[in-house]
Design a protein around this ligand. Structure first.
Ligand code: PRE
Length: 296
């Protein structure tokens, strides 16, 4: 528990060197709360210590559990009230959770900065804090390679990034290749302080992933605009496309309830020629708030 804080006597004389009694009382309350919050964070650390021992028995790899984090961030946004901006509450908890993930198993965040370093750095710092190393790369391919060669690192890139240089998502196909495991920010709203949408990749997770949204790389012989509408009828979206030697590679997101077979049937009905589908990851549905996080 927090150390008791000595309050000034209510009838203490006001001297010019000391703040007025009312102010001193309020500051004593702030000190009490700060000490209690610090104690609670250290207690959280003790619990993480026990969690490390438990999770070690579950196998190696990243300690990141995106489904759990998405649920925690949703609850935070729902219960938040008062004058502290939600932006601040969210960033504090992102740093707490990102750092406690790091404490469990150290990792670096590799970022594709081909679309600019600033937004990616903001995103990495907002979601994972300053303790976690940030490593910049000039292409999504380099990020995917760095994550594939690491033991438990994360990679981040923009969903709309650099399709002009080819289908970066092709590097995520294949059983053991890294997969998309999250889409950040978990909570979206107008004027989010780290608004740039990013996909997070990691080596395939054995547990703790969310499959609310499924991501698929589709290679087709030819593309027709009606196919985009067919994906839309399934509740999905075409996120990007790039030419490949034998046709076109298309990045598609569909609700997790839509299987690869259902998507295959819908695309086959659009006469796209040979179709090859490969699941390249999944993530939690973005939680959208319609109010800005700055309060006021
Ligand atoms: O719940 C877990 O599995 C944890 O590792 C704890 C924790 C957290 O700090 O709350 C940290 C990392 C995970 O991504 C999710 C949550």
């Amino acid at each position: 528990m927090a150390n008791p804080v000595t309050r000034p006597a209510a009838n203490a004389p006001a001297s010019s060197a000391e703040p007025p009694v009312e102010l001193a009382l309020l500051r004593a309350d702030i000190d009490r709360i700060d000490a209690a919050m610090h104690e609670l964070l250290m207690e959280r650390g003790d619990i993480i210590d026990r969690l490390i021992a438990f999770k070690r028995t579950q196998g190696p790899g990243s300690a990141f559990r995106p489904a759990r984090e998405a649920a925690m961030m949703r609850r935070l946004a729902e219960r938040h009230r008062g004058i502290l901006p939600l932006d601040t509450a969210e960033s504090i908890w992102r740093v707490i959770i990102g750092t406690f993930t790091y404490v469990q198993a150290p990792y670096s965040v590799h970022a594709d900065i081909s679309g600019g370093d600033g937004p990616m750095r903001d995103s990495a710092r907002f979601h994972f804090g300053f303790t976690v190393p940030y490593i910049a790369h000039t292409s999504a391919e380099d990020v995917i390679r760095a994550v594939a060669e690491s033991s438990g690192d994360l990679g981040i890139f923009r969903p709309d990034g650099a399709a002009a240089s080819g289908p970066w998502w092709a590097g995520l196909a294949g059983k053991d290749s890294p997969k998309i495991i999250a889409r950040l920010p978990f909570i979206d709203r107008p004027y989010h302080p780290a608004a740039t949408p990013v996909f997070v990749i990691a080596k395939p997770l054995t547990d703790g992933g969310s499959s609310e949204v499924r991501l698929v790389a589709a290679t087709v012989e030819r593309w027709r605009e009606q196919a985009r509408e067919a994906v839309g009828r399934l509740g999905g979206e075409v996120l990007g496309s790039a030419g490949v030697r034998d046709g076109l590679s298309v990045l598609i997101s569909v609700p997790g309830t839509v299987t690869l077979e259902t998507l295959d049937e819908a695309l086959t009905a659009e006469h796209l020629g040979r179709i090859d589908l490969s699941e390249i990851g999944s993530h939690a549905e973005v939680f959208v708030l319609d109010k800005p996080g700055r309060g006021g």
